[in-house]
Design a protein around this ligand. Structure first.
Ligand code: RUB
Length: 321
């Protein structure tokens, strides 16, 4: 009989599922925090094997919440490494898990700062920037570039159907950055005014494709046509070790009621509504990926994977996933 998962942990899982907690970086940090709380509040037998089974159940509960952003399983795997460290001392094991979770959160926040520093240097003087969805990493790059006096205006897409663009617009305004909200369908119309596109990522594959909020590939296509550079701001835990063994990135489809109201669906019973939440931008449409360890071409994704996530690749290969 495993001890029950604390309510606080279940609330974080539900927060991720319902998108109260959203954005790949925040999801990852919240998952690490949930594992830390689970370890701290563990009431069961002080026996490593029992504790490990309980933590594995918590890990599964977290991973099941949303499928696309690899930052979630990467964060969970990172902390779970400490859960499976070789020791028979329960207190040492528990402390190791709490430390690993805290380390992940701290490293993640530092990574975003580094990305802002590196990315801002790539923004030219007097730039008009376009961004899509709400990415903490992208907002950090844009805000830092603005502080350095290089950004004159930001176009922020509203990002239907969930309107994460409104969060971006609000945050940029709070940071003092001049921002104009546009509907997603206005991207190609406005692109001739744009100097650079800065977006985030949920997952980056071993061949350098960028999985991000639905509509990102259209933005990149319009930018490509207009010869506008596309920069992706992404921490190294957004790179997917699973793609190294040939796995495809699962694309989340969300409820149709995010696209049309329930009443409308009921009135039009034979209409099918699709709500894909993410899309894939091929590496050819991305100029550079800004990570906390450096600015790289998307084709160098495998280098980040082997250098930073080699441990995860080994694990996945061993597990034969
Ligand atoms: C959010 C989204 C963001 C990335 C990067 O999708 O696509 O662009 O997650 O964000 P959702 P960050 O709102 O469905 O979670 O840079 O904050 O990790």
């Amino acid at each position: 009989e495993l001890s029950t998962i604390p309510q606080e942990v279940l609330d974080i899982a539900e927060g991720i599922r319902s998108m109260r907690i959203r954005g790949a970086g925040k999801i990852a940090r919240s998952a690490a925090e949930a594992l830390r709380i689970a370890a701290e509040k563990y009431q069961g037998e002080r026996e490593p094997s029992v504790f490990r089974r309980y933590m594995a159940k918590v890990a599964d509960t977290l991973i099941e919440t949303r499928p696309t952003a690899v930052s979630l399983p990467n964060a969970v795997m990172y902390v779970m490494q400490a859960v499976f460290q070789q020791t028979s001392d329960f207190d040492e094991l528990k402390k190791g898990v709490i430390d690993a979770a805290n380390r992940f959160i701290e490293d993640s926040l530092n990574a975003v700062k580094r990305i802002a520093e590196f990315g801002s240097k790539r923004i030219r003087e007097n730039s008009v920037i376009l961004t899509h969805c709400h990415s903490t990493a992208a907002v950090s790059v844009i805000t830092e570039a603005y502080r350095q006096g290089r950004v004159v205006k930001v176009y922020s897409t509203e990002t239907r159907p969930f309107y994460q663009g409104r969060i971006t617009t609000r945050q940029l305004l709070e940071n003092g950055v001049p921002v104009v909200q546009i509907p997603d369908s206005a991207v190609r119309y406005i692109m001739h005014e744009v100097d650079q596109v800065v977006i985030g990522a949920d997952t980056i594959t071993s061949n350098g494709a960028v999985v991000n909020k639905i509509g990102t590939s259209q933005v990149a296509l319009a930018a490509h046509e207009a010869r506008v550079r596309v920069f992706v701001a992404a921490e190294t835990y957004k790179f997917s070790p699973m793609t190294v063994i040939g796995e495809l990135v699962p694309i989340e489809f969300r409820d149709p009621t995010e696209v049309v109201p329930q009443e409308w669906l009921e009135k039009h019973k034979n209409v099918r509504v699709l709500n894909p939440s993410f899309d894939v931008t091929p590496p050819e449409y991305v100029d550079a990926i800004i990570t906390e360890v450096g600015v790289i071409p998307p084709q160098a994704a495998i280098m980040i994977l082997t250098e930073r996530l080699g441990w995860a690749i080994d694990k996945i290969k061993q597990a034969g996933l």
